[in-house]
Design a protein around this ligand. Structure first.
Ligand code: DSN
Length: 475
């Protein structure tokens, strides 16, 4: 990691925890324990990472105390000059880092970012023309009949997104999610044979369905996407292309994904989280072409609660870090390590969805090991290996038990593990899976062969000791 964990950072954390401890010792204890747990586990959750002390410390301040609904220079509260500075600096870094004309750094999470984006697209493409047609400038000027007609139109727009079992996110139109209810939704999947995105099939589905919004992006698809092709499909059917790059924003920032694989020049609206491969604080952000900027700017208070100025401060720090050359090296290592992990798993007989990876994650089908994803996830955790179970395409075990394990490289790459270490990680994962068996017909209960947890724990401890988390940080 870029930052140097000096005595200064240690002193800052010690002092902060002492102050917390004086009021509620259990919170100070849980915070210390979380550091110990994170230091001691092989964290392979594809959506997690470790932020730098500069990012973490930026969040612990009185910026948290300020209400600042609205946006830079246009707030619903007085005295927001310092929040304006914070938000401006964060947005400037975001624009520069991603080469975007407009950035909005207020969303509290990726889901919030997607909700603001949907709202902004509806407001721009449906509500504004609806108002104009009724001769109004604002919804409050509409007659009740015109407002009901507009509400009906707004509530019947179409969204086409990647299905959950193909790797899409809940917010991409999954029916139980609000995105599946606020839109007339349809999903696209992957080719049943190759498990890869089939752009021809997607184009055909888009032609037939004619969505207002085409969503690209994923949470569990182990491949890159051609966003130029996505934009061509969107343009052909008159859709707005929205890309959710939450998982791979770090690879975009680090210029591992460039050209057609960089969503920002191709999408109308790009959303992301800031805490995954981007290695910032928990939060979201939105990039957009100017046509959507005004509507996105009204995200708070129309969709979001008041901005978290302390988190926007940390986003600014993280985005500044991501603009350094070292972040590009990190991002390349994330991708190289994922490839090494995939090769190591394949060499040891595992089946990977799509046969491999070219991003930061692999999706391991555990069926051949005779267990469900749930059993695999639990057995790996017993051995100190933290992953999460994940559905695979057409998963016979559904989204709860699943048949897959999602394994990602951003966090351990931040600790300094390289390709040789990720090959060792592959060996440990396969060791656990080969030694796990289901208990009876249960999809959750399992038995781990004697000695496995101890053996894998010891090997993981060696890898972790050689690559310490926050080296030099003592509490
Ligand atoms: N929870 C995130 C993930 O793990 O991919 C997505 O919301």
């Amino acid at each position: 990691m870029a930052a140097d964990y000096t005595d200064t950072a240690s002193a800052a954390y010690r002092a902060a925890l002492q102050v917390v401890e004086s009021v509620e010792p259990r919170i100070a204890a849980a915070t210390r324990k979380e550091l110990a747990d994170q230091r001691d586990s092989l964290k392979l959750i594809a959506s997690e990472n470790y932020a730098s002390p500069a990012v973490l410390l930026a969040m612990g301040s009185w910026l948290s105390d300020k209400y600042a609904e609205g946006t830079i220079g246009h707030r619903f509260y007085a005295g927001c000059q310092n929040v304006d500075t914070v938000e401006s600096v964060a947005a400037e870094h975001a624009r520069e880092l991603f080469g975007a004309p407009y950035a909005y750094v207020q969303p509290h999470s990726g889901i919030d970012a997607n909700l603001v984006a949907y709202w902004a697209i509806l407001a721009t493409r449906v509500e504004a023309p609806g108002l104009a047609a009724a001769g109004a400038k604002h919804v409050n000027e509409l007659s009740e009949a015109d407002w009901e007609a507009l509400r009906h139109t707004l509530g019947n727009q179409r969204l086409l997104g990647m299905s959950l079992d193909a790797g899409g996110h809940l917010t991409h139109g999954f029916r139980p999610n609000i995105s599946g209810k606020m839109f007339h939704q349809r999903s696209y999947g992957t080719d049943p044979e190759t498990e890869l995105l089939d752009y021809d099939a997607l184009a055909a589905a888009a032609r037939e369905f004619r969505p207002l919004i085409l969503v690209a992006g994923y949470s569990a698809y182990p491949r890159r996407i051609n966003f130029a092709t996505m934009r061509e499909i969107a343009d052909e059917v008159g859709a707005t292309l929205m890309v959710d790059m939450a998982h791979f924003a770090g690879l975009v920032a680090g210029k591992v994904f460039t050209g057609d694989e960089d969503p920002v020049p191709h999408a109308h609206v790009t959303t992301t989280t800031t805490h995954k491969s981007l290695r910032g604080p928990r939060g979201g952000l939105i990039l957009a072409v100017p046509e959507y900027a005004d509507a996105v700017d009204r995200g708070c208070p129309m969709v979001l609660g008041g901005p978290l100025a302390h988190v926007m401060a940390a986003k600014a720090v993280a985005l500044a870090e991501a603009r350094q050359p070292a972040f590009g090296t990190y991002a390349q290592h994330v991708a190289d390590n994922a490839k090494a992990l995939a090769d190591g798993l394949l060499r040891r007989g595992a089946r990977l969805v799509t046969g491999g990876t070219d991003n930061h994650l692999v999706l391991l089908d555990v069926t051949a090991f005779g267990v469900t994803g749930r059993q695999a996830e639990s057995a790996l955790l017993d051995a100190g290996v933290v992953t999460n179970r994940n559905a695979i395409p057409a998963d016979p075990n559904g989204a709860w038990y699943t048949s897959g394990i999602r394994v990602g490289t951003p966090a351990l790459t931040s600790r300094g593990l390289g390709t040789a270490e990720f090959d060792r990680v592959a060996e440990l994962v396969v060791d656990v899976l080969k030694n796990t068996s289901p208990t009876g017909s249960s999809k959750a209960k399992y038995t781990l062969a004697d000695g496995t947890a101890e053996r894998v724990h010891a090997a993981a401890a060696e890898l972790l000791a050689a690559n310490p988390l926050y080296p030099g940080l003592t509490l």
